[in-house]
Design a protein around this ligand. Structure first.
Ligand code: FE2
Length: 230
């Protein structure tokens, strides 16, 4: 199902005029822990002929993910400088746990990349939500040190955007001038505001983000509903 719905999302991108310079995947690339599943992901994304940047999610197996991505020239937790923006990918996962926690070493790496970059503006990408989702079960597997993360990204004054995955539903909020965006899955979506695990009938989705050299940005959530995929 995930293969089919990801294909539908990529087809939607190809069939429309908006064009990307890079692709960012905010984790949970596969469900079954297999190298074969990561190869499928690489095959599908490879068809776009664009640079792809990934961070791990709680369903990913870091070692397998890193190995297969490296074999396919796909970037893992790597930061890039692009058009006056630093785009930083960080690891928010904890082995064996659904919930996230960003290690001190990872927060320090983020700091050094932000302060060491010549880019004026910063977008940070991670898997777990740094904000509450007002969903009892999802908030029980959120980012344990969200406050610490938000304090770190607020301090430099040039972090404009934080993108996350994990929650399979849209989220658009703000913290201290930083726009925080959660993007639904390229597969099934979770019911917003639900106390317990529940999926809804929303289609796969992806988000278009335009970053401009003067620090402006635009974003648009795209539901892939041109054709039934489930
Ligand atoms: Fe997740």
């Amino acid at each position: 199902m995930t293969y089919k719905s990801l294909t539908a999302a990529l087809d939607h991108y190809r069939q429309n005029e908006w064009r990307a310079d890079i692709v960012i995947s905010t984790g949970d690339l596969v469900q079954d822990d297999s190298a074969g599943a990561y190869r499928h992901f690489c095959e599908l994304l490879g068809e776009l002929a664009l640079p792809v940047y990934c961070v791990p999610g709680n369903h990913d197996v870091r070692a397998v993910m890193q190995e297969v991505l490296a074999q396919n020239q796909i970037n893992y937790c790597k930061s890039i400088e692009h058009g006056n923006w630093l785009i930083a990918g960080i690891d928010s996962c904890v082995d064996g746990k659904a919930g996230g926690h960003i290690a001190a070493t990872e927060l320090d790496r983020l700091d050094s990349e932000i302060y060491g970059s010549g880019m004026q503006h910063v977008m940070v990408c991670l898997h777990h939500p740094p904000v509450q989702m007002n969903s009892k079960w999802l908030d029980s597997v959120g980012l344990a040190n969200a406050d610490e993360f938000l304090a770190r990204v607020s301090a430099p004054g040039n972090v404009k955007l934080a993108l996350f995955g994990h929650v399979h539903q849209p989220c658009e909020t703000e913290h201290d001038g930083i726009t925080i965006l959660g993007t639904p899955s390229t597969c099934r979506q979770f019911t917003p505001g639900s106390d317990a695990f529940a999926v809804d009938d929303n289609p796969p989705a992806y988000r278009r983000v335009n970053l401009y050299a003067d620090g402006r940005f635009e974003h648009k959530l795209i539901w892939v509903n041109d054709e039934p995929v489930f």
